[in-house]
Design a protein around this ligand. Structure first.
Ligand code: GDP
Length: 356
C-alpha cells in the first residue's frame, strides 16, 4: 500500500489527526481495517465507485485500496543531531513513499506552540532544515562506502558522483528533490532513501471555522486545509451514528472528510489512480501509477498475472454501471479486449486472462 509519513513540530495536531483518520469506528467502519503498530494505521481509500460496483455484483466482500499512515513522533529542532526522538524518527520515515507535514495554522491560545507563536512558514523551514541535515548525515556516512564501490565499477563511479552533487545541493539548503536530478541520477542514489527526495504534502491544521479558507502557498504548493479537531469530532460521531457524522459535515459545508481530501491530494502528487476488479467473490480497488499498462496493472494483483498476461477484458466504470456489469457490457459491445500495450484508465473495470 501507499505509505505516507506524517511529520510536523510537536503540538501541531499530528496525533489528533492520526487518531481521527485511523479511527476504527470512523467513516471507515464498513471496511476492513488494521493497525499494525501503534504509530501505523492502515486506512481504506474512500471511493464511492466501489459501492456502485458492489450493487451490481453483490460480492462476498468489498476491498478498498489502502493507504498506510505512519505517525512520526516529535521532530524538534536538533532531531538530526540525535536530540529527542531523532534517530528513530528518521528510520520511520525512510520507508514511506511520501511525507505529509502537518503545519499549525490554528490559533488556540490554550495550546502551547513550541516556537512561541503561530508561524507556518517558520515551522516549515525548521522541519525542512532538519530533513536536510539528516540527509547530509546520510550522504556523508555513505561516501566512504561509495568510494570503495567507485574503485570496483562504473556504476559505483556514477553513484559517488551523484552523491557528491547531492551533498553540495543539500549543503546549500536545497532539498534533494529540487536539485533537478535526472531519472538515472535519482536511481543511482535510490538506496540512500533520502528524506528530501520524497514528494511532500502540507496539511494546514486550521481553526474549525477555516476548513475552506484560501491558504497561501508553502514551498510552491497549496497546503490541504484540514481541522484536526473537526476530523476528531467527525470520527467520534461516526462511531456512534454515521448519519449524524454526515449531517455534521454538511452543516460545516464539508463535501468530504479531511482524510478523503488528503488521500486525493496524495494520489495526485504521486501520480496514482485506481482500477477495479469485480465479481461474486469480491469487488476491489487497486492502486497503480497513471500511465501504467495492462500487464503492470495485473502485476499489482499477482506477479504471475503480469508474467503470464494474455489480455484484459476491460470496461469503463461508467459503462459497467450503466449496462449492469460484465455481461451487459459484453452484450452491448462495450467489453474491450485490451492487450499488453493498453494504458489503463482511472476507473477501468478489468478482468485479466493469463497463462499460468
Ligand atoms: P502533536 O504533538 O503534533 O501530535 O499534537 P497533538 O495532536 O497531541 O495536539 C496537541 C494539542 O493541540 C492537543 O491539546 C490538541 O487537543 C490540540 N489540537 C490539535 N489539533 C487542534 C485543532 O485543530 N484545533 C485546536 N484548537 N486544538 C488542536
Amino acid at each position: 500500500a501507499l505509505s505516507i509519513g506524517i511529520v510536523g513540530l510537536p503540538n501541531v495536531g499530528k496525533s489528533t489527526l492520526f487518531t481521527a483518520m485511523t479511527n476504527k469506528g470512523g467513516l471507515a467502519a464498513n471496511y476492513p481495517f488494521a493497525t499494525i503498530e501503534p504509530n501505523v494505521g492502515i486506512v481504506p481509500v474512500p471511493d464511492e465507485r466501489l459501492d456502485a460496483l458492489a450493487e451490481i455484483d453483490h460480492p462476498a466482500k468489498i476491498v478498498p485500496a489502502t493507504v498506510e499512515f505512519v505517525d512520526i513522533a516529535g521532530l524538534v529542532a536538533g532531531a538530526s543531531q540525535g536530540e529527542g526522538l531523532g534517530n528513530q524518527f528518521l528510520a520511520n520515515i525512510r520507508e514511506t513513499d511520501a511525507i505529509a507535514e502537518v503545519v499549525r495554522f490554528f490559533g488556540d491560545p490554550d495550546v502551547t506552540h513550541v516556537a512561541g507563536k503561530v508561524d507556518p512558514q517558520s515551522d516549515v523551514d525548521t522541519i525542512k532544515t532538519e530533513l536536510i541535515l539528516a540527509d547530509i548525515a546520510t550522504v556523508e556516512k555513505a561516501i566512504p562506502r561509495l568510494e570503495k564501490e567507485a574503485k570496483r565499477d562504473k556504476a559505483g563511479v556514477a553513484k559517488l558522483e551523484v552523491a557528491k552533487k547531492v551533498l553540495e545541493g543539500l549543503n546549500e539548503g536545497h532539498r534533494a528533490r529540487t536539485l533537478g536530478l535526472t531519472d538515472d541520477e535519482v536511481a543511482a542514489i535510490y538506496e540512500l532513501h533520502l528524506l528530501t527526495m520524497k514528494p511532500m504534502l502540507y496539511i494546514a491544521n486550521v481553526d474549525e471555522g477555516a476548513v475552506d479558507a484560501e491558504l497561501p502557498e508553502i514551498d510552491g504548493c497549496v497546503p490541504v486545509p484540514i481541522s484536526a479537531k473537526v476530523e476528531a469530532d467527525i470520527a467520534e460521531l461516526a462511531e456512534m451514528d454515521p448519519e449524524e457524522a454526515k449531517e455534521y459535515m454538511e452543516a460545516l459545508g464539508l463535501a468530504e472528510s479531511g482524510l478523503a481530501r488528503l488521500i486525493r491530494e496524495a494520489y495526485a502528487l504521486l501520480g496514482l489512480q485506481s482500477y477495479f476488479t469485480s465479481g461474486e467473490t469480491e469487488t476491489r480497488a487497486w492502486t497503480i501509477p497513471i500511465g501504467a499498462k495492462a500487464p503492470q496493472a495485473a502485476g499489482v494483483i499477482h506477479t504471475d498475472f503480469e508474467r503470464g498476461f494474455i489480455k484484459a477484458e476491460t470496461a469503463s466504470f461508467e459503462d459497467y454501471v450503466a449496462l449492469g456489469g460484465e455481461k451487459g457490457c459484453r452484450d452491448a459491445g462495450k467489453l474491450r479486449q485490451e492487450g499488453k500495450d493498453y494504458v489503463v484508465q482511472d476507473g477501468d473495470v478489468m478482468h485479466f486472462k493469463f497463462n499460468v
